[in-house]
Design a protein around this ligand. Sequence first.
Ligand code: RI2
Length: 308
Amino acid sequence: MSLMDTAERIKSMDIRGAGKIAREAAAALRDHAASLPKSGLSLFIGEMKKAEQILLATRPTAVSLPNAVRITLRGITDAETEEDARLLVQKQADAFIQASNAALDKIAEITAARIRDGDTVMTHCNSSAALAGIIRAKEQGKDISVFATEVRPWNQGRLTIKTLNDHAIPTSFIVDSAVRTFMPDVDLVIVGADAVTVNGAVVNKIGTSQIALAAKEARKNLIVAAETYKFAPQTMFGSFIEIEDRSSSEVLPDEILKTLPYVKVRNPVFDVTPAEYIDLIATEAGAIPPQLAYIIMKEHLGWKPEEI
Ligand code: RI2
């Protein structure tokens, strides 16, 4: 698949999920580097910088995307030859993809440890990190059940219930607005993340913050399952995370909307859950309270200001 194909598939959400977007972006850069004709170091770097911009323009919120791109292209401007730069991109892309898959395994172990035998878990959207922990708990022999939300307007909940069903996990599928109704029956909420900010807030699929509110009201813990490359280093320097707004037609068909001149559709696809609603974040570096997000960004990931 060409870099342009990958970019188009990320934009149209054919490729989706913060972790998958990151791995596919790294693979696209690796394959793009391999496909470029030999033309000298500076032209190679120029082409890779163009590729970087094409990928970054696809979706603005999931920080896994710019982090994967930065990690994959780290140090290419210091390479001495075009071949060294090409090999560096390939090595770093493969290492990123491998580390991303390994991270899911560690996150699953930590998350599963928080799920007790007999627990009912609520999850939202379709997070591979959150599902990894739920599936691990089942594999450990725990008798668990799940409430999974529908996730309007993209219906990612249908992917989630398919996976849960494949693992023989008893699941109740509910519309997004039924979350508060069923919260008393839930023991623990587990969601993924598209971005974690320096103040420990979590940006995730729209509706997550309402679930967090209902969970807090019912005194149920909420765990976020997130690889450390979902932590947004730019927030250390004061930047906000842009919340992606998608087309109105995802919510209401154009032919209906055009008959309603006083109506407009708002379609932000992510929201922000503040740190005080989150019990812990399960990462491959361990379980951390959200308030320690800075430590992950600064000490574990070691981002330097010039890299951001
Ligand atoms: P994993 C998804 O975004 C959801 O918001 C999900 O919670 C998050 O990415 C993390 O997914 P979208 O691409 O990386 O569906 O845990 O908009 O798979």
